[in-house]
Design a protein around this ligand. Structure first.
Ligand SMILES: Nc1ncnc2c1ncn2[C@@H]1O[C@H](COP(=O)(O)OP(=O)(O)O)[C@@H](O)[C@H]1O
Length: 193
């Protein structure tokens, strides 16, 4: 099964992806996680990405596309994957279409988590506070100022993807404002076809 989770930062993509991983035994491919790992390891991609990520801007398509292209070659992704945070621009979506076509693969569903933007800042502040309470590192971009930049990047660069996939007829929407378990149930219903 190959799925894309779409939605603004803080919409709950990571939470739902983790549940799908558990249920279906396929990996979650989070470009945010991959980029943070590249930054921590100081790879060439990480060095280019760091500043942009810290300020809440998107990193260039070619960098992200190259890490996804090599990640989906890994054996654990052979039977499927959940893309979380990718594609984030129409250019990335087009690159993904080409990648999948080359491999003779198809997407099973593109699921959009619809949320009210007004609550996202509260969610992100809570995420930072919870991480801190657990003694975990707080993401540098999880603060209200940077978050607004991330939301702007979403509106301008990522929101057009709903049209892109909507036109192809492959987009399904779920109410991301519902309780977490209800969102999970809605996604399960879509995945079960
Ligand atoms: N597909 C992508 N294209 C460009 N930049 C990306 C992409 N995925 C992640 N990033 C970078 O990593 C940052 C964090 O991404 P992510 O962990 O997905 O955060 P969130 O969904 O909570 O905004 C983004 O703000 C951006 O700088």
């Amino acid at each position: 099964m190959r799925l894309i989770l779409l939605g603004p930062p803080g919409a709950g993509k990571g939470t739902q992806a983790a549940r799908l991983v558990e249920r279906h035994g396929i990996p979650q491919l989070s470009t945010g996680d991959m980029l943070r790992a590249a930054v921590a390891a100081r790879t060439p991609i990480g060095l280019q990405a760091k500043e942009l990520m810290d300020q809440g801007s998107l990193v260039p398509d070619d960098l992200v596309v190259s890490i996804v292209a090599s990640r989906i070659e890994e054996p654990d992704a052979r039977n499927g994957f959940i893309l979380d945070g990718f594609p984030r621009t129409v250019g990335q979506a087009e690159a993904l279409d080409r990648m999948l076509e080359d491999k003779g693969m198809q997407l099973d569903a593109i699921i959009e988590l619809k949320v009210d933007e007004g609550i996202l800042v509260d969610r992100i502040v809570k995420r930072a506070r919870d991480a801190e309470a657990r003694g975990e590192a707080v993401r540098r971009d999880d603060n209200p100022d940077v978050f607004r930049t991330r939301l702007d990047a979403y509106r301008q660069q990522t929101a057009p993807l709903t049209d892109y996939y909507g036109r192809k007829g492959t987009l399904r929407s779920v109410d991301g404002m519902a309780p977490i378990d209800d969102v999970t149930a809605a996604i399960r219903a879509i995945v079960a076809g």
